[in-house]
Design a protein around this ligand. Structure first.
Ligand code: G6P
Ligand code: MN
Length: 441
């Protein structure tokens, strides 16, 4: 069987451990020859890398594993590059969340003003990185998880129009499907969803039982009404994630037609979210106090012991699993269904062709084949066209170094929605993003 070379960009991320363990668990499905971690932050990279040395020595000795801060070493000879970079790191995520909240607007990693701030940083770094990858690995599949995925996808579409081996992915739609399986008491793999939207802004119109063909959405709605909505892995989640999933119940009360993505809450209730999120302790703070400490402590402990001992847990990690399954679908031409971010080209019939939309696709060796959903109802169309416009204007701002376009993007975004507020928050974000954003004139 063929074996693959994989690079993870953002090797020092708190999500990398899940990948490293999943590669062991899934080595039969996705045989690896070589794995390289790449990060520009040597300190974080070294800790995760040393953990990897021990893990693979004990669990996967035939794997050629290394970690580096050198891009040539990272990319040369790669079949797949998994990208999960966080431009500006968690400290800048905190700024993206705190600054808008301090002005009475939603402060969130990928939505609203914070998401746009992160978007401009990510565009700069992602475009640079993809050019470098293409220098050393012209045919590698680039699987991008880096956020804000909607904005990054639009920028990569424009920068690399002829490159058909870049795929943008988010795990959230699949996480919602997994939550439904928890409610139904079945395996998430038995569910066949129909979904439309943009990244972090979409809806499920049907969730079919793969075996009987029954649409389970009515049943799921009843169960949510009675039991609320929890992530599949609720026991491993921080309190803020339980709130986030809990809001699905509220959304289903007010807008019962389709099952929403958890992120829709920011767009449907911007005032409520801005009032109830804690401006002094946002999700970034929770991650820095929790997952970041936990992951690095786990690494340090194993490095100090020099062995995994009985410390090795291989709890399944939905994030990593999905990315690896996406690679498997391409590598072995599986034509499995995944919810992916692709150029619209009619998939949502009443949205412009060049929008980057999120829909179910069949995925094989030649990439994704989107499954059309026809026209979407006016309510969703209105919301999504507004957001597509905001995202496109932000990418215009990057290419044209245009303050005006950025101001328009911010003004149009539902989580800002006012020209004066837009200018105020944009100016504050320009201040803290100096050197990380394109210059806006
Ligand atoms: C989900 C989203 C990702 C996002 C992540 C943040 O998985 O799909 O796009 O980056 O949540 O998780 P965190 O635990 O860091 O808040
Ligand atoms: Mn996502």
């Amino acid at each position: 069987m063929r074996e693959f070379n994989v690079c993870i960009v953002g090797g020092g991320s708190t999500f990398t451990l899940g990948f490293l363990k999943s590669f062991v668990r899934m080595k039969k499905d996705f045989p690896l020859k070589k794995l390289v971690l790449f990060d520009i932050d040597q300190e974080r990279q070294d800790v995760v890398g040393k953990f990897g040395d021990i893990l693979y020595r004990e669990q996967f000795p035939e794997l050629d594993f290394s970690y580096t801060t050198d891009s040539k070493e990272a990319y040369e000879g790669m079949d797949f590059v998994f990208m999960q970079m966080r431009a500006g790191g968690l400290p800048m995520r905190a700024q993206d969340e705190h600054i808008p909240l301090s002005m009475g607007m939603v402060g969130q990693e990928t939505c609203g003003a914070g998401g746009m701030a992160y978007g401009l940083r990510s565009i700069v770094e992602m475009i640079k990185a993809v050019h470098e990858i293409r220098e050393y690995a012209p045919d590698a599949w680039i699987l991008n998880y880096s956020n804000p995925a909607a904005i990054v996808a639009e920028a990569l579409r424009r920068e690399f129009p002829a490159d058909h081996r870049i795929l943008n992915i988010c795990d959230q739609p699949e996480n919602v499907v997994r939550s439904c399986s928890r409610l139904l008491g079945c395996s998430w793999e038995d569910l066949d969803p129909v979904y439309f939207g943009l990244n972090h802004y979409g809806w499920f119109t049907h969730i079919y039982d793969k075996h009987t063909g029954e649409d389970l959405l009515p049943k799921i709605k009843e169960l949510i009404k009675k039991q609320g909505f929890l992530p599949q892995d609720a026991e491993q989640r921080d309190p803020s994630w339980l709130d986030t999933y809990g809001m699905v119940e509220t959304m289903m009360k007010d807008f019962p037609e389709f099952l929403p993505n958890t992120y829709d809450q920011y767009y449907l209730y911007p005032d409520y979210k801005a009032e109830t999120l804690d401006p002094n302790f946002t999700r970034a703070d929770e991650v820095m106090a929790g997952r970041e400490k936990r992951v690095f402590a786990e690494c340090e402990e194993i490095i100090a012991a020099g062995t995994l001992g009985d410390k090795f847990d291989d709890i399944s990690d939905a994030h990593a699993e999905m990315m690896i399954e996406v690679a498997v679908a391409i590598a072995f031409n599986k034509n499995n269904r995944h919810i992916l971010i692709v150029e619209n080209n009619g998939a949502i019939a009443n949205i412009q062709d060049d929008a980057m939309v999120e829909v179910v696709c069949e995925l094989g060796a030649n990439g994704p084949r989107p499954m059309g959903v026809g026209n979407i109802p006016q309510f969703y169309l209105g919301l999504l066209v507004n957001q597509v416009s905001s995202e496109k204007l932000l990418v215009d701002a990057y290419y044209e170094n245009s303050y005006q376009k950025a101001l328009e993007a911010f003004t149009l975004n539902r989580l800002v929605n006012d020209g004066k507020k837009a200018r105020k928050v944009l100016d504050a974000l320009i201040e803290v993003n100096q050197g990380m954003w394109p210059e806006l004139r």
